[in-house]
Design a protein around this ligand. Structure first.
Ligand code: ZN
Length: 633
């Protein structure tokens, strides 16, 4: 839509011709000039770039594209002959382009590019601006030059019990260049970033009432101010630049900034103290002489968890932090990475990925994605640091710690928050409710609803189908003795009409997390731009949830649903990532496929599908336990 308008404006009286050219996708690209494209004040020189429909086609293997991906911490998988181009961003979020399709998915959100990716000479050509936006780089016109401006694109509010946190995600590592405290607000400035966040957003969270976002500066030198408007008596911490381009700000509803209640600092050298989070990293300062070297980082699955051995040569200080969403990282200061950097998926029950990289300056970071509030032990070892993740969920895990390696090695862990005053709340935005506080409760999440219809075809809409199957599922589960809570039981948005996808999806997880449900089941209906794809898919994300997904999918195969078997697939769908309990997302069938469509339209089939889901739940979780209802099975 947008590109048609722009085209009409630009071409003026030749608008009709323009529209024709746009309709005829098969036409060779018009001899449009490719604008200069600038990222981080550097001109990107592509080996082959073709202007197409107000975007630019660039080859995946073009060094300039690769450099863009490297700078934003993204990676791409594609082989000649493959249909899908999968980009994993730093967050990580999966962006999926398909050859011949203008539609692409960025996380759980669908968008349209100006033209469809295509294969030529063993490489795939992608719409650069769409790719950039997926990487949170906004293409901005600066007098004919296109500037790929880094954005702060997500502000996630996490609120549980008596703590809350705001987590910002940026295109690049995010650090506040300034923090100021005004009468009712704390303002964080981010130099070099624009923002796609809404300008003002009301929030209901401990101590926080509103997030205001203001942009200034120039296209090439932007500045974004994020103001947290606080409730009376509340306070906001300095903020921590975390892994995955996160910047986390912890909030306390009442008084006392944390520093006074932080336990006495451990006896470590000055280098172990994290730099003040509200200052720019001292990049200009030369690393101190005799920097240590991190010569290897090895992850190893063990009998009861996952071990990481970090070999350090020389003396160094480290500190480690546990972030929101069960992400965990250790920073080795005064050290250079002499082992390969990289992001490796892991399949241990307690760890799903390990990321090793050199931060600006002299810090080496090893980041882990944990599958829950796992117990992590950190200790200096003979050759460096050893990190041991036990596959044990705990409600009171330590949030941060520090130590040294080399001569006089020491280690220290800050205790877990206790009671209503977390000891180190600056680093401790909540472990969440204990999983399965109510082992008899199943939360069913009918996808979409209200202002978000999901897919639609003919007389059928996804939101209505999801709800219909979910209601049937609810009836079966209740009859079997389960307690059931639906994230919605009518045609409504769970958070608010026309809200952000993140708010909407987080609201669904919040229901399950706060209730301490035993299981979370999200019901969706698939769709595609062509009528070809069909079938039933069971998605999971956390490695520990694989068993649940397998149990569910076995029932789909046994139930003779009449749909194609699209298998059990791992995907970082938001609701699967942010649920505290085992979770699956089911794409029951494709609305866009004629055979699947007629199945979806049939009440008998909907019932069969609901039955199969219920059986999958029982296979995995057993009966609703000790209840007196067991005879009903
Ligand atoms: Zn859906």
């Amino acid at each position: 839509m947008l590109w048609t308008n722009r085209c009409a404006v630009r071409i003026g009286s030749a608008g009709v011709l323009c529209t024709l050219a746009l309709l005829l996708h098969a036409l060779p690209a018009q001899a449009q000039a490719v604008p200069q494209i600038v990222f981080q004040n550097q001109r990107l020189s592509f080996s082959h770039a073709t202007a197409q429909h107000n975007d630019v086609a660039v080859a995946l293997h073009d060094p300039a594209v690769q450099s863009l991906l490297t700078h934003t911490g993204a990676s791409v998988t594609w082989q000649p002959g493959e249909r899908y181009v999968l980009v994993t961003t730093a967050e990580p979020r999966i962006v999926s382009f398909a050859l011949g399709d203008t539609r692409y998915d960025s996380g759980d959100v669908s968008a349209r590019a100006a033209f469809a990716p295509y294969e030529r000479d063993g490489d795939v050509y992608l719409p650069l601006y769409a790719l950039a936006r997926a990487l949170y780089l906004e293409p901005k016109n600066d007098r004919g030059t296109i500037v790929l401006q880094p954005q702060i694109a997500v502000a996630e509010v996490q609120s549980q019990r008596d703590v809350a946190a705001v987590v910002l995600h940026g295109a690049l590592p995010l650090r506040a260049s300034k923090r100021s405290v005004l009468r009712d607000r704390v303002v964080y400035e981010f130099a070099g970033f624009g923002s796609t966040l809404e300008r003002s957003r009301k929030v209901r969270a401990n101590g926080l009432s509103e997030i205001d976002v203001e942009m200034s500066g120039t296209t090439r030198d932007p500045l974004t101010r994020v103001s947290l408007v606080l409730a009376p008596g509340a306070s906001a911490a300095d903020g921590i630049a975390g892994a995955y381009h996160d910047f986390s700000i912890a909030l306390a509803a009442h008084g006392a900034l944390a520093r006074t209640s932080t336990p006495p600092p451990p006896p470590v050298p000055a280098a172990a103290t994290p730099a003040p989070e509200d200052s720019v990293p001292p990049q200009s300062a030369a690393p101190p002489p005799q920097a240590a070297a991190v010569t290897s980082v090895t992850g190893l699955q063990t009998g009861d968890g996952f071990d990481v051995q970090i070999t350090v040569e020389g003396n160094a200080a480290f500190d480690w932090h546990r972030l929101l969403d069960n992400r965990w990282y250790i920073d080795i200061h005064n050290a250079r990475l002499q082992a390969p950097a990289g992001d490796t998926p892991e399949s241990a029950p307690s760890v799903t990925s390990m990321r090793v990289h050199q931060l600006a300056g002299d810090t080496v970071r090893v980041a882990l994605t944990l599958t829950g509030t796992k117990q992590v032990d950190v200790a200096p070892s003979e050759r460096g640091v050893s990190v041991s993740v036990k596959d044990v969920d705990s409600d009171s895990v330590a949030r941060s710690g520090s130590g040294t390696v080399g001569s006089n090695a020491t280690a220290y862990a800050n205790p877990a928050p206790s009671g209503s005053a977390p000891a180190d709340w600056k680093f401790s935005p909540t472990p969440g409710a204990p999983a399965s506080a109510n082992p008899r409760l199943i939360v069913i999440d009918p996808g979409h609803g209200g202002s978000d219809g999901g897919a639609a075809r003919g007389a059928l809409s996804e939101k209505a189908l999801n709800l219909e199957i979910s209601k049937r599922l609810r009836a079966i589960l209740i009859a079997r003795g389960w307690e059931v809570q639906m994230t919605r039981s009518t045609d409504v948005d769970v958070y608010a009409p026309n809200d952000s996808a993140r708010d909407e999806l987080q609201a669904r997880d919040d229901i399950a997390n706060h209730a301490g449900a035993r299981l979370f089941v999200s019901v969706h209906t698939n769709s595609y731009s062509g009528s070809g794809p069909s079938g039933t898919t069971t998605y999971f994300y956390k490695a520990v949830d694989r068993g649940f997904a397998d149990a569910m999918h076995r029932r789909f195969l046994a139930a003779n649903l009449g749909t194609k078997d699209d298998g059990v697939v791992k995907n970082n769908f938001y609701v699967l990532v942010h649920s505290n309990m085992p979770a699956v997302l089911i794409e029951t069938a494709f609305l866009s496929n004629p055979d699947d469509y007629s199945l979806l339209a049939s009440a008998a089939w909907q019932q069969k599908m609901a039955q199969a889901i219920a059986d999958g739940i029982d296979d995995y979780a057993g009966s609703p336990s000790s209840s007196s209802q067991s005879g009903q099975r």
